[in-house]
Ligand binder design. Structure first.
Ligand SMILES: [Fe+2]
Ligand SMILES: [Fe+2]
Length: 356
C-alpha cells in the first residue's frame, strides 16, 4: 500500500459502496473511509488527511457543489474523481464544471480505475510538495526582506554618521588653519586682518563675475589661507622697515609653495591648495612661483591676486608707513591691467570699487 494513500468515498448507495471498497482495499491496498452525505464527508475530511476524494456524480445533484466548495475551503489541493452509475453527455460537463480530475463509470474497468487513482495520488503528492516548497520560499523571502530592511537602515545610519564625522573634521581643520593664518597676520601689526580683507574683496569680485556658490566658498577659504606659507619666513624679513635684499626676496617668494605644502594633507581642500599656490602669478607671466600666464592661472587665483594687491596698497606696511589712497590704488591697478592683473577681473573690481 502507498503510504498515507487514504481515499474518502462519498456515496449513498450501499451496494456500490461495498463493491468499490472491496476492490480499493483488497485489490488496491488503499485505506478507505465511506460517507453517505456531503455534510458528513466534509466533517470527516476536516479531521483526517486524504490523498483523494471519490464521489458519486449525478448531474444537477445539489450535494456536489456543496461538497466541492467545502473540500476546497479545507484543502485547495484536493483531487476529486467522480463515480457514476451511467454515462451521459451531462456527466462530463458536470465533471468539468467542478474541476474533477476524472470520472469512473459503471461497468467499472478495474485496471483503468487503479490507473486513474494512481495518477490522482501522484498529482496530489506533487501539489502538496509544491505548496510546501512555496511556503518555505515565502518564509525565506520574508526573512531576507526583513534582513534587507535592517541592513539598509544600518547603512543609512553609518553613512549619516560618516558624513557628520567628515563635516566635523573638515570644519575643525578649517578652524585650525584659519586660526594659524590669523596668527601669521598678527605677527606684523601692519598686516593684522589682511587675510580677512583679501577674502572680503575676493568674494565681492567673484560675486560680480557670477561665479557659482561652491566656487565662491572655495575662493573665500583660499583667500583666508593664502599667506599661510609665511609661517616659514622669519619676522626680521616680514617686518623689515626698508626694502628687501635679493636673498630676502627669494625667501618671500617661497611662501605660496610652502602654503600649498602645509595644506596638501587636507585632501578636501584640493581646489583651495592650487589657489594658494598661484596667488602671486601675474597675468603676463612675470609672477611666481611658476610664471604661469593668462588663463593658465586659475581664475580664483587671479581674483585673490588683485584683492591681495589692493589690500596691501591701501594698508600701512612696515616698509611703507603711509598707505595709498583708494584713488591712487585704483589708478595703480588700472595701470597694471593686462600685465600684473587680468583685465576681466579688474573690470569686475572697478564695478564694485565703491563698495570696498
Ligand atoms: Fe602672498
Ligand atoms: Fe597677502
Amino acid at each position: 500500500m502507498i503510504e498515507n494513500a487514504q481515499i474518502l468515498l462519498v456515496i449513498d448507495n450501499e451496494e456500490s459502496a461495498k463493491y468499490l471498497m472491496e476492490h480499493l482495499i483488497i485489490g488496491g491496498g488503499y485505506s478507505v473511509t465511506v460517507e453517505a452525505t456531503a455534510a458528513a464527508a466534509l466533517e470527516t475530511f476536516k479531521q483526517n488527511s486524504f490523498s483523494m476524494v471519490m464521489t458519486k456524480l449525478v448531474p444537477g445533484d445539489p450535494e456536489i457543489p456543496k461538497l466541492v466548495r467545502g473540500l476546497m475551503e479545507i484543502d485547495v489541493d484536493t483531487v476529486i474523481v467522480g463515480y457514476s452509475e451511467k454515462v451521459s453527455p451531462e456527466l462530463y460537463q458536470e465533471a468539468s464544471k467542478f474541476a474533477f480530475y476524472d470520472v469512473i463509470v459503471k461497468p467499472i474497468n478495474i485496471d483503468r480505475m487503479f490507473f486513474v487513482i494512481k495518477r490522482c495520488m501522484d498529482l496530489h503528492g506533487l501539489l502538496v510538495s509544491q505548496r510546501r516548497h512555496l511556503a518555505i520560499l515565502k518564509e525565506q523571502n520574508n526573512s531576507l526582506q526583513k534582513q534587507n530592511i535592517l541592513l539598509a537602515k544600518r547603512i543609512e545610519e553609518s553613512t549619516k554618521n560618516l558624513a557628520r564625522l567628515y563635516e566635523d573634521l573638515r570644519s575643525t581643520y578649517l578652524r585650525t588653519v584659519r586660526a594659524l593664518a590669523q596668527a601669521i597676520d598678527a605677527r606684523d601689526h601692519y598686516t593684522h586682518s589682511h587675510s580677512e580683507n583679501v577674502a572680503k574683496y575676493s568674494v565681492l569680485v567673484a560675486q560680480e563675475m557670477k561665479l557659482s556658490v561652491k566656487e565662491i566658498e572655495g575662493l573665500r577659504e583660499a583667500a583666508e589661507l593664502h599667506d599661510i606659507g609665511k609661517i616659514g619666513i622669519s619676522d626680521s624679513i616680514l617686518t623689515k622697515p626698508g626694502s628687501l635684499t635679493p636673498e630676502e626676496w627669494v625667501q618671500i617668494k617661497t611662501h605660496p609653495q610652502t602654503g600649498s605644502q602645509i595644506l596638501e594633507p587636507l585632501t578636501f581642500l584640493s581646489d583651495v591648495i592650487e589657489l594658494v599656490k598661484e596667488h602671486h602669478e601675474h597675468f603676463d607671466g612675470s609672477g611666481y612661483p611658476a610664471g604661469l600666464k593668462g588663463e593658465e592661472i586659475l581664475l580664483g587665483a587671479r581674483i585673490i591676486h588683485l584683492a591681495d594687491a589692493y589690500d596691501s596698497m591701501i594698508s600701512a606696511r612696515s616698509y611703507r608707513r603711509v598707505p595709498f589712497t583708494k584713488e591712487a590704488a585704483i589708478a595703480e591697478i588700472k595701470d597694471k591691467t593686462g600685465t600684473q592683473f587680468d583685465p576681466e577681473v579688474v573690470n569686475a573690481f572697478l564695478r564694485i570699487a565703491d563698495a570696498v
